[in-house]
Ligand binder design. Sequence first.
Ligand code: ADP
Ligand code: MG
Length: 260
Amino acid sequence: MSEAEKKDEAFVRCVNVRKSFGSNEVLKGINLEVKKGEVLVILGPSGSGKSTLLRCINHLESMDSGLITVGGEAIGYEWRNGELWEAPYAKVARQRRKIGMVFQAFNLFPHLTVLQNVMEFPVHVHGVPKDVAQKKALEILDRVGLADKAYQYPRRLSGGQQQRVSIARALAIEPELLLFDEPTSALDPELVGEVLNTMKDLAGQGYTMIIVTHEIPFTREVADRVVFMAGGVVVEEGKPSDVMVHPKTERFRTFLSRYL
Ligand code: ADP
Ligand code: MG
């Protein structure tokens, strides 16, 4: 396959993904594709199923039906005799190494230094030798502008710095896909910019990213493609310069007008 052909092929593929919690159908047949190096932003009102979809992509949640593949592999599942079954935990852990996730709450380990936080998953989950993981972690901290905080504890850092550490932690497993679930929603307004700038840098470095956010100017600037979800379905999809300027549905227009 040529490089050009590779670029055209979807790296993440969600096909008719359905998920209910009890009688509450949260995802009603979601289809979407993300190419390698593409930045997809998912917009949508609270409760529309955005977090559930992200959690299905790295199998923190199991879907009821449909298929999700990342790099051609169904995360959390394996084929047995032509049928798809839940994979054993060890395999899921290995598959998840392809995917880094950043949450709204930073979830850093308070008793570990910044450097130890970034080394934790490579060393303790993926068996990377400590010296190798440390070298890599220091490089990554440097990349997110936090080299000088390596030996500090998280509580000594601002919220924005802590979220950049959790981004560094996601990068430390050398993921092929980065998922962000409202990474700036828990931050004081003056700290949002530094986290968005870090994410913008990553987008510029060619990472494949799926970002759930309400930051509209950031979305206009950084997203290659936007998906607007509401009520568990994809309502609109396209380039930000197109769908965000000329939304086709009243629902998306109303949603956008709230953030202007
Ligand atoms: P969003 O991220 O777009 O705000 P979510 O995916 O978090 O939406 O939630 C969509 C719906 O699913 C909500 O009604 C929420 O209450 C419900 N939900 C999410 N997670 C669970 C869960 N673990 N158990 C039961 N209901 C859930
Ligand atoms: Mg959410």
